[in-house]
Design a protein around this ligand. Structure first.
Ligand code: HSE
Length: 441
């Protein structure tokens, strides 16, 4: 049995987790990989003399891993674009396998890196880049290999889920008490837990989730990676008021990544959505991640777990190393450029919260206007006294929200309707619009 020799770039928490995991479960891993997996080299710009490298050589020169005789696989755990990209390019060109947890790198440069891997007859694997510990790429690429994937929907940014859960007053993670954190407090906690990105706008504006969805979409549908085609909207405009109205209507607001194969092209979109409270995804709280996959034979399957953190992410990196040892890495099959739908062509239903002047007949005026635009109402809530009720600047009439759920309609129609509704004299402020996802086949 020959050993697989691993060189790790980076010495942050995940890198330390990989070194620890390979030590802690050495015998188990050797059995599963049909040979030893040994960390022979670690390279990081800053030395950490307190970290036990279990005999691996250390260098502050990251590129020293490239082409090294004692490195079969370069594990890139630097994060960011450079020097991670140059390192991966050089390692693949030198005939070394690459394992990375870097979702931004794969989302932006995955096509090129896959081509380099193919040319050099080596593998590139990135299970840790999507949903941390959850082996969802393995599940789609291997476990569901006999299926046509029809759709997937996931909570794939723990920080956003933590913030939305906290705003909804749900218990967070292991804390068994109700909390009512503000947006900023929840973000601080996610940062302390090591979940948030270095730039947390990547989390709250949906970019991190879009990186992951681009990867999932590519693997699920055999489409070439296409990050720019992913529609991206974050959670920064979701309010506690919307969360409360959604609850009254039987929904929970989640930040979802959704991909769907349609007759006209692939849908790939990241945005807040109302999810039926009884759906399993609605029950995923705190920093946890979950991905539901709809497949033609298997039907819906659900994958749940920690989306980040030292040991969970290390778990996925080590799984990739075992796959490489067994020569079982799945590359996206026949990854081909495919048409993606623009957001204006998607069909879904919508939650609308319309602040109106509190006069008689205003509800009928609104629903008539929607009906004339071809939009049917599924449900409505009208409150006389809510936290948003307020005097207008003139002081003569109160504003109250009318909350509506529509039936399915194209986004194009809905956007045109919003422009028209917004101009009605009865409408007293900005209309809030959130997509509703039934999450059915
Ligand atoms: N910032 C990410 C999250 C970390 O919150 O899920 C894992 O990619």
């Amino acid at each position: 049995m020959s050993a697989l020799k691993v060189g790790i770039a980076g010495l942050g928490t995940v890198a330390q987790g990989v070194v620890q995991t390979l030590q802690r479960n050495a015998n188990l891993i050797t059995g599963r990989a049909a040979g030893d997996i040994r960390v022979t080299a670690v390279a990081s710009r800053s030395a950490k003399p307190d970290v036990d490298l279990h005999g691996a050589r250390f260098s502050t020169d990251i590129m020293s891993l490239v082409g090294a005789a004692d490195v079969d696989v370069v594990v890139e755990l630097l994060g960011g674009e450079q020097p991670a990209l140059d390192l991966c390019r050089a390692a693949l060109a030198a005939g070394q396998h690459v394992v990375t947890a870097n979702k931004a790198l794969i989302a932006h440069h995955g096509v090129e890196l896959h081509e380099l891997a193919t040319q050099n007859k080596v593998s590139i694997a990135y299970e840790a880049a999507v949903a941390g510990a959850i082996p969802v790429l393995g599940a789609i690429g291997r476990g569901l290999a006999g299926n046509q994937i029809e759709w997937l929907a996931g909570i794939i940014n723990g920080t956003s889920n933590f913030i939305l859960s906290a705003m909804a007053g749900e218990p967070s993670g292991s804390a068994k008490q109700k909390n009512s954190l503000s947006f900023a407090e929840a973000l601080d906690q996610a940062q302390e837990l090591g979940y948030a990105e270095a730039d947390p706008t990547f989390d709250v504006e949906g970019i991190d989730a879009a990186h992951k969805l681009a990867i999932l979409t590519s693997l699920a549908f055999g489409a070439a990676l296409n990050f720019p085609a992913v529609f991206t909207e974050g959670i920064s405009e979701v309010t506690v008021e919307d969360i409360e109205y959604a609850a009254q209507l039987g929904y929970v607001i989640k930040h979802l990544g959704i991909a769907r194969q349609t007759a006209n092209g692939i849908e790939a979109r990241v945005h807040p959505a109302l999810v039926p409270a009884k759906n399993l995804l609605a029950q995923v709280d705190g920093v946890m991640n979950a991905v539901m996959v709809g497949a033609d034979g298997a039907g819906p399957t659900l994958y749940y777990g920690a989306g980040a953190g030292m040991q969970p992410t290390a778990s996925a990196v080590v799984a990739d190393l075992v796959d490489i040892a067994l020569q079982q890495v799945r590359q996206p099959v026949a990854a081909a450029p495919m048409a993606y739908l623009g957001i204006e062509d998607i069909v879904t239903s919508y939650y609308l919260r319309v602040p109106v002047h509190d006069r008689s007949g205003v509800f009928a005026r609104l629903t008539t206007a929607l009906s004339e635009l071809g939009i049917s109402i599924e449900a409505a809530v009208q409150r006389e006294h809510t936290r948003s009720a307020a005097k207008t600047p003139a002081g003569e009439a109160e504003t109250v929200p009318i909350v509506l759920l529509t039936q399915d309609v194209t986004e194009r129609t809905m956007q045109a309707a919003l422009t028209q509704l917004q101009a009605l004299p009865e409408v007293a402020g900005r209309i809030r619009c959130i997509r509703v996802e039934a999450l059915e086949a």
